[in-house]
Design a protein around this ligand. Sequence first.
Ligand code: PMP
Length: 367
Amino acid sequence: FNALAQAGIRSLRAYDPGHDLVALRRQAAQPLLELGSNENPYGASRLAKQAIIAALDGAHVYPDPLGGDLKRALAATHGVAAANIVLGNGSHELLMQFAQVFAGAGDEVVAAQYGFAVYALAAQAAGAALRLAPALPNNHAMPRGHDLDALLAAITAQTKLVYLANPNNPTGTWYSQAAFAAFLAKVPPTVLVVVDEAYAEFVDAPDYASALLLLAQHPNLIVTRTFSKAYALAGLRVGFAIAHPDCIAVMERVRESFNVNALGLAAAEAALADNEHLAASVAGNRVQRDALAAALRQRGLTVAPSQTNFLLVALGEAASRIEAALVARGVILRPMGGYGLGECLRITVGTAQANARLLAALDEVMA
Ligand code: PMP
């Protein structure tokens, strides 16, 4: 069957979740400490959970195919119109669809080395060629972060799409508002620039700003967001993109009619209204992120500066041995070999209690 698949699909590999968590959970003597997927350790908002329960009464009917209530709430939150928004079954779905819609055989897609893995998959699945721009060096203030000049230099007459993440996963790095504005001013208007802001809510760097501020001046700009991280709804799969209404209109043609389920729509709308829960998650993450980074550095480890809810930690040659030893102790981190960062592990910032358990396990395996 592989030979029957479209050219770009033949060399694709299925998503690698790292571990079979369901099997590990079943075998574990004590609850696993799951710090591998950048989820929100504080759980979903109580209001979102109530909305999910209420939405169960409508489980037998199709969800609103327009997602109207959620779009209107998002429009109000972000100061745009509902016509600027397309909803996705997670932002992952939309990131894949942008390539499917706007790039194909003979076209090029530009992304950054150490950028989020889905961009390369999206280009490949669409049959487009991927041009990977080198990242900033590892000794820079933003180790392995996006090099916006290198991304610009990778754009050719064949380029249809550029994918950036701000902040980026797995590096945790970010780029400044000023640097991005200068970058965008130099991108040809026919090249679409997708800025993935999955972790935007966690950022407190004073030089950062959402790309949404530049949307009015740049019709070629697309910003994606998700309810999976700060809004703590990863299991319900809700993401969205904000872009020019004409871009959104094209996306609306290709998305599956009921791509966001009824529980997800209800939960996302309630989570969006629960500012208190969002603020508590973001504040908790900030305190724990700084504390965990400091504790890891105290142990002599190199930790990249992060504006997200995870840390990229360098452990040298021992990384995969340490990772396996942690799994044996029920501690799940994300190995980074797939990114060409085999000496690193990515650690989701947990609660104070979770981070204490992580550090204790780490001390054991590194002793
Ligand atoms: N973008 C980035 C940078 C991510 O890290 C993730 C999730 N790991 C996503 C997008 C996709 O998130 P979702 O599909 O849950 O919205």
